[in-house]
Design a protein around this ligand. Sequence first.
Ligand code: 6PG
Length: 244
Amino acid sequence: MSSYLHTLPTAEAAARACAERIAEIIKESIAARGEARVALSGGSSPKVMFGELAKLPIEWSRVWLYWVDERVVPPDHPDSNYKMAMEYLIRPAGIDIQHLSRIAGERYPEEAAAHYVSEIRVDFKLKEGEFPVFDLIHRGMGPDSHTASLFPGDPLIEDDYEIAANTYVEKFNSHRVTLLPGVLMAARRTVILAPGADKAQALRDVLEGKTDIMKHPCQIAAKPPAPTEWFVDPAATKMLTHKY
Ligand code: 6PG
């Protein structure tokens, strides 16, 4: 995994720097291809980042937004990643909902996953076996080094064929739909926002531990040349032994 760490003094500064980097990558993608296809993650740390992103001068009429994963709940449910993005980014930035491809969490898990896969296939004009190439995938990392909704030990981590699937996360007693490793590895650019002391052990395991994506799913990385860009703070990097 080729990684580049942006270490900022605080979690807020890491969120701001991540937002600025996303804006840069969107601008580069629009300049290169006339549009940008971006997949967003959920959880809590993106809230500040989305708030910063909503303030930046971005040509949203040329951006298409997707989700890295979703909890299988209706779009107005408090656990919905779509709801969180709507509240902190989409409404404040005035993004046209025609530019959103959300995961239909109100459906049955399998149905929601199949619907999302077919939508992506159409949008990216994919042939059988092809993966969508996102201009940017924004990811997070859990204290257990999960990313997207790929949790340690999940057999989906070894699925190198499908685009997205539903999975059941025992510890959260929740069904999720998640993009799969083939898509994460095909991304042109990847940013991971992971500040906070609760990420320190996971960050060391992912960056300095033995490569074992089943144990540390966040080691799943986009193929070089583009490095995975991490946005972290000293609380998250405190256990690292190497310089990045
Ligand atoms: C989700 C996410 C998940 C998230 C991590 C980290 O739906 O929960 O997409 O993969 O990125 O759980 O979450 P935090 O950044 O809030 O710690």
